[in-house]
Design a protein around this ligand. Structure first.
Ligand code: BG6
Ligand code: MG
Length: 998
């Protein structure tokens, strides 16, 4: 693992529901501004101070953002080519509305002057409020106590509020509060790091007008190029027992309201500022001002306290479905809540906006929406707040026309979604890692499919989903080709997969698998609509001119999809040429050269086997039902060592797969990296904004990772495990109108149906039915559920016959052979054994000749086993088989021998076996765990509840790899990795097996 886990002290003290900052630090101010950002999915405000900031240059970014509000400019290329993205889209820093300046007897409050006696800033995630408490002393010794509360109203898209309370502590005198809106705003200019924003040099939000009316004031602004109109308004409300006077003015690009108060000690003065933003992206321009006034006067009527209560209620409801409890780890408890809270603050819920890679907390990635939404963030919302899931998909529908236009530019039919965008147009200036990531189409449809399974929202499907599905399926059908040299399989060439350290390849495994899934879903849903909702189908088909032949072609392309596979390694190459590349020279890459993208030209990186992020491994997760566990394991083991995790999208996926494969420690380490990415500032770039995908990755790692939650074909399953350091965890899943509570402790898991109709789910391989309000508890302690036997040398002594048969052949062809060498052949398949034998001689043979020799050995062997009878069962085996049966323990066979079924017949014990893994269907023999995993899968028993019994070293290795308990029979030296070794099979008693499992 290339992860540099930062083992540092917490930046913010651990707390269940709060992020607290005990002192102000210029050095970390940029980061803190991101952490303490507030938002409601539309308005996002960085944690800038109301009084302004007088610190050193580049130690603050004063930012307020509106989701979906952007400016464009032409992208300038050194060398241009047809079809390149034409214009940028940059989320704009908009009117600064946070300003409230305080003057104490004429002296402005400023953290860089006077004396800061106390300081504490708290983001309370239960209340949804950011609070700053300070005691400050002016240069002339006048002390004030200040409490500032700020939030963007989650229940009111256009509204944010600030309550500013100031109390004179040791004096009576004049206090002035100035509340302002400032239109002079610009975006940050950053160079060098492609992950940061790339903005405009000057001001592009032009102030066009000002309005003032008593305590109300507004600024009217417009973007230079996109011509979007914006009205930012404020309403001010002063509460004080003291006398005061109010004045208003409007210098430069500002509007201001000034209160001069004759303050008396210990008499709190409170200014409430209501802030609104409305733009022509949502409403006709001429209505904006009226809407602003309406929003603000309604807010004023409510007053701060009621709005705050409304916020709390909103969050109460949110947490009741979205909270994840982690028992026994406060740091993680804090971070999961922080992550989930920021996702809510960042997500657009109006169907016209989405969720940016940095939310609305900073300018990193220009506020763009990526595949991050559907692949990482969407599942969290889908399974906790499906209505938000629907809105995210509605956004994609709203830009479908742009996707169709883009497909035309790319010489393709159907629709191609932009790799990165706000308004729907492609804005990625680097096509190899942008436009080439065609998989975004399938990612969006994958989310749609999951949405349909989880909600059965047919209305949405008919109104929007179907059109998206069919138009994007068209693109795949048109993009791929049946290539004769690839067996006329359907190939998708010249694309980039999720891993951005490899670009422009043929047949990216992830892309092809996702496209296959996409096409199958499109075909299935087209048939379904035709049969069940004929009219709706006709109208959609009519609208988009869909032909029967196209639907048939989706099916054909899916069936013929080319899936790259390497026989020798038994893995899926990431793409056609991936394995032809040399592996990156990890040993000679010092830690300070990571992330590689900041230190090497893309070509240098593309040339080697090195991954920025999960690619095949992501397919193993998303398309999990298309792979066996053995395949997942081989692929994971191959890709993990060559993945840098230079992308924050990577660790959570590796964590999920590691948990599935029983690598619990690895799963935990990756999880830790994901979970505290932002609170510990692991990538040192939180200053540019939060990492929304990685935040969602925390939720994915717990729910899909440790709890093993999967949904395939509308069925729910769970495989919970608990990392050693935890006492347990708990979360809820909303699915088809039901809310299910999953409470995992070290010993057991309890499933409770909190609301909705009865439901059946899978717990490991067991069906668990839940009735409303009822719980079902299942033990998580390992127990003996199945014994999986090797055959040769365990059940009967055919190992000896294999030896004799090989010996005879070896003598005939003149290759040295003895018992010691034979040990290596135990458990190994026929042809592999022959290769090992031949490697000791000089013979050069063709494939056909080798097969002939293997056949000859098998003939020898078959003669030897001719006379096998029940008498040849090794001692104790029959009793054991009977006892296992009587006690309901399942019995499986995992033998590499193709003669195994025949031998079992002769021994008269076939009827004892519940499952026999077919050696001829296994892709990789022992020591690969595949054959044991397959046997367990056939038995329907979780791996950890199986015992495997073996006489060969390779067999023990396979059992251990399968996360099962390994029992060795025979040689204590070669079998030393077994959990228990016996000299003879007589010792294999039922009681003893139960004991070692417990
Ligand atoms: C294993 C034996 O069980 O089966 C090996 O331990 C043997 O020695 C292998 O090579 C394959 O057996 P067969 O019967 O298919 O040749
Ligand atoms: Mg054996």
């Amino acid at each position: 693992m290339k992860i540099k886990a930062k083992d540092r002290k917490p930046i913010y003290p651990y707390d269940e529901w709060k992020i607290v900052e005990e002192s102000f630090d210029v050095e970390t101010n940029l980061r803190d501004e991101t952490i303490f950002a507030v938002g409601n999915g539309y308005i996002g405000m960085r944690g800038n101070f109301e009084e302004g900031y007088n610190g050193p240059d580049n130690s603050s970014v004063n930012g307020t953002y509106l989701n979906g509000f952007y400016e464009s400019k032409p992208i300038v290329y050194g060398e241009e080519a047809y079809g390149y993205a034409e214009k940028s889209q940059t989320m704009l820093n908009v009117t600064d509305s946070k300003i409230i300046q305080l003057y104490v007897d004429g002296e402005p409050l400023d953290l860089f002057s006077g004396k800061l006696i106390s300081y504490r800033r708290t983001l309370d995630m239960k209340e949804g409020v950011l609070t700053r408490d300070m005691t400050w002393e002016s240069g002339t010794g006048k002390q004030v106590r200040i409490r500032i509360q700020r939030f963007a109203c989650l229940a009111r898209k256009h509204l944010a509020v600030i309550s500013y309370e100031v109390t004179a502590l040791n004096f009576d005198g004049e206090i002035v509060l100035v509340s302002a809106l400032n239109g002079e705003v610009r975006n940050q200019v950053t160079m060098g790091d492609p992950r940061a924003g790339a903005a405009f040099a000057g001001q592009v939000l032009i102030t066009e007008g000002k309005d003032q009316d008593g305590t109300f004031a507004a600024l009217r602004q417009r973007t230079k190029n996109t011509r979007f109109a914006l009205v930012c308004g404020m309403e001010n409300q002063l509460e004080t027992e003291n006398t005061f006077r109010m004045e208003a003015d409007a210098p430069e690009q500002m509007v201001r309201v000034k209160y001069t108060v004759t303050a008396h000690r210990e008499r709190t003065i409170r200014l409430t500022k209501y802030i609104s933003y409305h733009t022509s992206r949502d409403y006709p321009e001429e209505q904006l001002l009226a809407l602003s006034k309406e929003t603000l006067s309604e807010a004023r009527q409510q007053g701060f306290d009621r709005l705050r209560e409304e916020q709390r209620q909103f969050l109460k409801d949110f947490w009741s479905r979205s909270d994840v409890e982690i028992k026994g780890d406060l740091a993680l408890q804090q971070s999961i809540r922080f992550n989930v809270f920021h996702l809510l603050q960042s997500v657009g819920r109006d169907g016209k906006t989405n969720i940016g890679a940095k939310g609305i907390t900073g300018e990193g990635y220009e506020g763009h929406y990526f595949w991050d939404t559907e692949t990482y963030i969407f599942p969290f919302f889908l399974y906790t707040n499906p209505a938000i899931g629907r809105q995210l998909l509605t956004y994609r529908y709203s830009i479908l026309d742009k996707a169709k236009e883009r497909a035309r530019v790319m010489s393709q039919k159907g629709a191609l979604y932009a790799w990165r965008t706000i308004g729907g147009e492609e804005t990625s200036a680097y096509y190899p890692a942008g436009t080439a990531q065609y998989h975004i189409n399938a990612d969006i449809i994958y989310a749609l499919k999951k949405y349909m399974h989880a909600t059965e929202d047919l209305d949405f499907f008919i109104e929007a989903g179907a059109e998206m599905l069919f138009e994007t399926a068209r693109l795949w059908a048109d993009l791929g080709d049946y290539i004769p040299r690839k067996g006329n399989r359907f190939c998708i060439n010249e694309v980039t997969g999720p891993d951005e350290y490899t670009a422009l390849v043929n047949n990216n495994l992830f892309t092809n698998m996702m496209a296959k899934d996409h096409l199958e879903f499109a075909y299935r849903m087209a048939q379904f609509l035709k049969e069940k909702h004929g009219q709706a189908f006709q109208s959609i088909a009519g609208k988009i001119g869909l032909q029967e032949s196209e639907i048939a072609e989706w099916k054909r392309a899916a069936e013929h999809m080319y899936i790259p596979y390497d026989e020798e390694l038994g893995i899926h190459p990431q793409d056609d040429s991936f394995l032809d590349r040399a592996v990156w020279n990890f040993e000679n890459t010092p830690p300070d050269k990571y992330p590689l993208l900041l230190h090497y030209h893309p070509l240098v990186i593309y040339r080697r086997q090195v991954l920025k992020q999960a690619d095949v491994v992501l397919a193993l997760f998303l398309q999990g039902d298309r792979f066996t566990t053995a395949e997942k394991k081989r692929n994971y083991d191959y890709y993990e060592p060559i993945t840098t995790h230079d992308s924050s999208l990577s660790p959570c996926i590796y964590s999920i797969l590691a948990a599935e494969l029983g690598y619990i420690d690895k799963a935990y380490n990756y999880f830790m990296y994901t979970a505290r990415m932002d609170l510990d500032d692991i990538h040192d770039n939180v200053k540019d904004g939060i990492h929304t995908a990685s935040m969602a990755g925390t939720w994915l790692s717990i729910v899909h990772g440790f709890a093993g939650f999967r949904e395939y074909q509308g069925e729910l399953s769970f495989h919970p495990v608990v990392p050693e350091k935890w006492e347990g965890y708990r979360f809820k899943i909303t699915f088809k109108g039901r809310v299910i509570d999953i409470d995992v402790t070290r010993d057991a898991v309890t499933y409770t149906l909190l609301s909705g109709q009865p439901v059946t789910l899978q717990h490991f391989r067991e069906e668990v039915s839940l009735a409303p309000g009822k719980s079902q508890t299942r033990s998580l302690k390992p127990k003996l559920e199945a014994v999986i036997f090797d055959l040769d040398g365990v059940i009967t002594d055919t190992a000896e016959y294999h030896y004799q048969a090989w010996k005879q052949l070896a003598d005939e062809i003149g290759v040295p052979f003895d018992r010691e060498f034979n040990e290596q052949l135990k458990g190994i398949g026929r042809l592999e054994s022959l290769e090992l034998i031949l490697s000791r001689g000089e013979l050069q043979l063709t494939e056909a000749e080798k097969i002939a020799l293997a056949d000859r050995k098998n003939e020898n062997y078959k003669q030897l086993i001719e006379s096998i009878s029940p008498d040849d069962l090794l001692p104790g085996i029959l009793t054991l088989l009977k006892q296992l049966r009587e006690n309901g323990v399942k019995i499986g066979l995992a033998s590499a021998s193709k003669n195994a079924p025949a031998v079992l017949e002769k021994l008269g014990i076939t009827q004892y076996f519940d499952a026999i893994a077919d050696a001829s269907k296994i892709k990789k023999g022992k020591p690969d765990p595949e054959i044991f995993l397959t046997a367990a899968d056939l038995l329907g028993v979780p791996y950890r509840n199986c015992i495997g019994i073996e006489d060969a070293e390779a067999g023990i290795a396979a059992i251990k790899e399968a996360q099962m308990t390994a029992v060795g029979v025979g040689n204590r030296e070669t079998l030393k990795h077994a959990d228990w070794i016996v000299d003879t099979t007589v010792e294999l008693t039922f009681e003893r097996l139960v004991e070692i499992k417990g």
